[in-house]
Design a protein around this ligand. Structure first.
Ligand code: ZN
Length: 291
């Protein structure tokens, strides 16, 4: 009888120890969760849909990433895609896009959001050694129908540069599609101006409208602070840079080729053009060297 009692007591004590350990562990992880995080991670944390439970797993991983500080300025490959389809030199077929995304996933590349990329440039630090920033210009409809399923499949993040007056064009993303993508936590949207005009050829006033109105549209509709401007056809001048800075943009993306580094200028960052038909070897070289 005594033996039974003591074994029961032992069982209860064991259970209590397990319970206390669990409570302590939970306490630790919730403390970690309270640490300041960038907006990209916050956005990913705001996911509510059941379907996106996978994202929550990633969120947990991301929030525990220890950013590594580097002495030298960060050099980041910013991949430049446009349409994910076929037909001309700017269109990358879905099969190629998928192979490239699969490569990034298999080789443990971390795909930055805009906020994370800005943080990297500002602090000279990276969430891990191998990073890449995927950008798609012009917000084509196929970014939703072809690219988005692939990003979801491999759980990678990309940034779409949106032309705000194109939201009603049949070949481009509607605002509602943009919101769906944004809510997934896998895509963020930045400015590619209002009308996709050559900024270098515009008066200061019209340039200002293109930069200010597109930012306001995205800020209001996507409830964000739009901090990146991507120049249409990579065309810009000193007035563009001055205006972008004045209007609250943090960085500007060009079509100059190479790895991006703030030495190029915060508003003159280079990108890595991904052409249709390139092979695996070329893709690997582009990631490494930017050309
Ligand atoms: Zn464009």
């Amino acid at each position: 009888m005594n033996y039974l009692k003591s074994s029961k007591l032992g069982f209860v004590i064991t259970q209590l120890i397990v319970l206390v350990s669990l409570l302590l562990l939970t306490g630790c992880s919730s403390r970690n969760k309270e640490e300041p995080k960038n907006e990209g991670v916050k956005a990913r944390e705001s996911l509510k849909s059941k379907k996106l439970n996978v994202d929550k797993v990633k969120v947990k991983k991301d929030s525990h990433l220890k950013w590594i500080h580097y002495k030298e300025k960060c050099r980041i490959p910013i991949l430049m895609y446009h349409s994910i389809s076929a037909g001309n030199a700017l269109r990358v077929p879905p099969k190629q896009f998928e192979e490239e995304m699969a490569y990034l996933k298999a080789n443990q590349y971390y795909t930055l959001s805009t906020d994370e990329a800005i943080k990297a440039f500002e602090t000279n630090s990276l969430p891990q050694k191998k990073v890449v920033w995927i950008t798609l210009d012009d917000a084509y409809k196929d970014n939703y129908t072809a690219a988005f399923p692939i990003l979801k499949k491999y759980h990678l993040h990309a940034t779409i540069n949106y032309i705000t007056s194109f939201s009603q064009k049949p070949n481009h993303l509607t605002l509602s599609e943009a919101k769906t993508m944004q809510h997934s936590g896998l895509v963020d949207f930045q400015s590619h101006t209002v009308q996709h005009l050559d900024l270098n050829a515009l008066s200061t006033d019209v340039q200002k409208q293109e930069l200010a109105n597109s930012k306001k549209y995205l800020d209001d509709n996507l409830k964000q602070n739009t901090r990146m401007i991507c120049y249409p056809a990579g065309r810009y001048n000193q007035t563009t840079i001055r205006l972008a800075n004045h209007l609250g943009y943090k960085i500007g993306l060009t079509t100059n080729e190479g790895l991006a580094c703030v030495d190029q200028g915060w508003y003159s960052l280079a990108r890595v053009r991904i052409a249709p038909g390139i092979d695996r070897q070329t893709f690997m070289q582009l990631l490494q060297n930017g050309y």
